[in-house]
Design a binder for this molecule. Sequence first.
Ligand code: ZN
Length: 162
Amino acid sequence: MALRNILCDNHPVLRTPAQEVKRINSAVCRLIDDMIETMRDAEGVGLAANQVGVSKRILVASACGEDGEVYELINPRCEKVEGEAVGVEGCLSVPGQYGEVPRSEKIIVTALSREGEKVCLELEGLPARIILHEMDHLDGILFTDKAVRMIDPDELKSEEES
Ligand code: ZN
């Protein structure tokens, strides 16, 4: 495994819709391993392949579980959305910025695993928010495009302290 460089701000690859994965081979598996390592090293909760410069529809995300489980989704597709909630988001590709972003509260997502098997996830709350944020990356969308309000980092700090 190896750490990959995370692209920032408006790098063209971040703004380009990523391509479907047609064949899951060892390069794809290696990429997923590297993405997980890179996400953990950067203390992020999710990472899309185009954030490390690979324009393929692959994402990894922390499942927010106790045992540090990680979702690995190839060609993810949102099948159903329900509700809406506004929450604070940041992004490894937009360092130092945070904003309030409306997202669906509950989602059903289908994707392929690295074994090529179809997986179906029903998610709610933070895990749903993380997956939707990463799926936006795969369409060339950043959270700053959708934020209804950007937050001053000092404001966050005082919130944490109080
Ligand atoms: Zn992001």
